[in-house]
Design a protein around this ligand. Structure first.
Ligand SMILES: [Ca+2]
Ligand SMILES: [Ca+2]
Length: 247
């Protein structure tokens, strides 16, 4: 949580988050990419990325474009990635649980060489950053790669309402105009105030109600003017104002 609080401001202001002991490599397809400054064996790399944030994992790679991007920002040296077949020899899986939909093994890899002890994967072994399965001895020290999904703050809810088409309806011998207003889901259960003003600014109708549906229907009293103003206030703030042309 403390990390979230620490990084939240930079995320909100659209700046690239930074993490101690790592270098930012670039941004691609909604993710920020990083490499560790220090070297580790695979287990140490896995442990280290979790000390940055327990939700982080060693990188998973899913498309040729992603592989090409990584090679462009990381063209030399080998780097650990989160691809391992420790559970079942020959069945490599991503430690972040994502599907295995792309591989970029070097020629004749993975070969589970070194007395059958190659269960961990290095990016950057061969041509264009191709991969090799390697060992995880304490002396197998390399930097690792990880990526962080870019958080785009959601846009503030926009007033969304059907064209305020009103139609006369008889209710208890009075003529009402029905108005349909659409609310974003986050407004459900919110108390709103609905005002109807005449063209001259006179308050014709006032109603306080709770949004109980994303589509609310209001009964508005008949007004003699050809035009009136519908104002909806949420939490003391004007949510929208709509000029209604009475047909
Ligand atoms: Ca293996
Ligand atoms: Ca190998």
């Amino acid at each position: 949580m403390k990390y979230l609080l620490f990084f939240l401001p930079t995320i909100l202001f659209g700046q690239v988050p930074t993490y101690n002991g790592t270098s930012f490599l670039g941004e691609h397809n909604g993710y920020y990419y990083y490499k560790s400054n220090n070297t580790f064996n695979w287990s140490g790399a896995q442990e280290d990325v979790k000390t940055i944030d327990t939700s982080f994992d060693l990188i998973s790679i899913h498309t040729q474009q992603e592989q090409d991007f990584l090679f462009s920002v990381c063209p030399s040296g080998m780097h650990w990635i989160g691809f391992t077949d420790t559970t079942s020899e020959g069945d490599f899986i991503w430690t972040d649980g994502s599907p295995v939909d792309f591989v970029f093994w070097d020629i004749n890899e993975p070969n589970n060489s070194t007395a059958g002890n190659e269960d961990w994967t290095l990016f950057g072994y061969g041509h264009l950053g191709s991969w090799n399965d390697g060992t995880n001895y304490t002396w197998d020290k390399y930097p690792y790669l990880f990526k962080v999904e870019k958080i785009v703050p959601p846009p503030p809810p926009q007033p969304k309402y059907t064209e305020v088409k009103i139609y006369p309806t008889m209710v208890n011998r009075s003529v009402y105009y029905k108005t349909k207003v659409e609310f974003p889901i986050e407004y459900v259960s919110t108390v709103i105030k609905v005002y109807l003003h005449s063209e001259s600014g006179m308050l014709v109708s006032y109603k306080e109600t709770v949004v109980n549906d994303e589509l609310m229907e209001f009964d508005l009293p008949w007004v003699s003017q050809s035009m009136c103003y519908l104002t909806v206030v949420v939490g003391g703030k004007k949510y929208f104002e709509k000029i209604i042309v009475v047909e």
